[in-house]
Design a protein around this ligand. Sequence first.
Ligand code: C2E
Ligand code: CA
Ligand code: CA
Length: 510
Amino acid sequence: MSSMHPNRAKWEAIVWLLAFATIYGAAMFFNGHEVLDALFRAYEDYNLDEIFTALNIAGGLGLIYSVLRIKDMSREIQLRVTAEKNVDWIACHDPLTELPNRRLLEVALSNSEALSQKDGSAIFSIDLDGFKKVNDLLGHEHGDRVLKVVAERLCSVFPDDNVYRLGGDEFVVLVERKGNQNLSNLGKRMVGAISKPIAIDGATVEIGASIGFARIPEDGKIPAEVIQHSDCAMYAAKKTGRNIVKGFAPEMQEELIKKIQMEADLKLAMKQGKIRPYYQPLVDLKTQEVVGYEALARWEREPGKFVSPCEFIPLAENAGLIVELTDQLFRIACQDALSWPPHTVLSFNISPVQLSDQLLGLRLLKVLGEVGLPVHRLELEVTESALINDAETARHVLDDLVKSGIKIALDDFGTGYSSLSQLSNYQFNKIKIDRSFVASFEECDRQEKIVRAIIALGIGLGVKITAEGIEDASQLRRLQDLGCDIGQGYLLGKPRPIEETLAISERQIA
Ligand code: C2E
Ligand code: CA
Ligand code: CA
């Protein structure tokens, strides 16, 4: 491609035309034609007239060629300018939703006006709740459609160019605070817009949003700081629950730093294999035999100092580490289970989040196959509340597990407010009465009635009942009298590392 600028080419053409006109004028004035004629005649032998005609034609063709080239060139330049504009656009926009991206947000925030508005402005960080589930369950195409709808809805609330997508399911809205605008209410309007049902291919998807906001200039004067603070408020909102709006407060930052540190520590601990299962015996209350062990995750963060699974399991869920952590723990637990007597069952906890993982069954079966533990020796513990949150999906995943021969225990029974009709949709092999009932059923008549009813329900359904949290002998006796099948608790054995479980498995209770 020629590097000549079209304007220059134009100027050159004009100069050439002027030169031509001058020569033509001079030729007319001095009767050039007659002079040339005389010259051609004088040198007839050299065919000067033919040479002159040929030169004229070549000149004419050259002129046409130049005009065409100039046209080509300007077309090429136009294309180049458009391409450069496209590249600029792509660099500053999200191609899916066509919203401006972080780069433009930073530019908008660095713009001195935005940061020093008389009435100030505010930045809202929005993170969708339940988006990952849509992506995992319905596929990325549906996920993309949801993101587009969210972008459209936010733009309909804020018609200006103030909605940004920072990637994933994170959006940002930059607003001017006109007068005493109530920012929490504004956030709630965004939640309202986002959480309306979204129809995709006949299915209705409902997502929520966790929203945090930071005020400019009160909560930050530099772009990076303001964004970080509104993100921080958003994390605090997300931690509180679904569809929550929170304004930034300095103490949130400490919590976030702690959370980020803990997340990094958790990742490292997983990498170093420092999270291991401990095993708590499940004892047959009739034969007093150990019939299985529940694997309970233990993280020894510092020697002798354990982080509770109630703390790090939700952290792993939120950080997207739960699948990997479960895989790690499950593999170890299956290997350890090989060293127990062959009738002993491995009872393994499944996080509610994983009940939306359609590959869960396959993943578990793969590990069982690789380790060589027969499928009938596995039992998965699923909490009652996990089934209530997303009953439809959970049923599909559980049905698949049951079909592949895996047993299911309904954990923490009595705490999830499930209805019996809901429970009749699932096939359980076991129900575990929550330890809060066992802890108080001796003192509280009502609790005892519930325990009695659950045991009767188990008999009716042909499902075994386990009582958790048995701490003293009188609780044990009472449960045995009521006909409870299996017991678990500190009295029967605390969760212990694998080295100590073998001794317990040979122990018989009194
Ligand atoms: P959970 O499944 O209900 O597990 C029983 C909890 O009760 C365990 O707490 C166990 O140590 C405790 N426990 C057992 N016997 C007694 C007793 O006699 N008295 C009292 N007060 N407590 C008793 P832990 O190990 O702290 O686990 C807490 C929860 O963390 C578990 O509740 C389970 O929901 C979750 N969890 C533990 N390990 C895993 C895991 O590997 N994966 C998943 N997804 N969740 C896990
Ligand atoms: Ca459990
Ligand atoms: Ca439990």
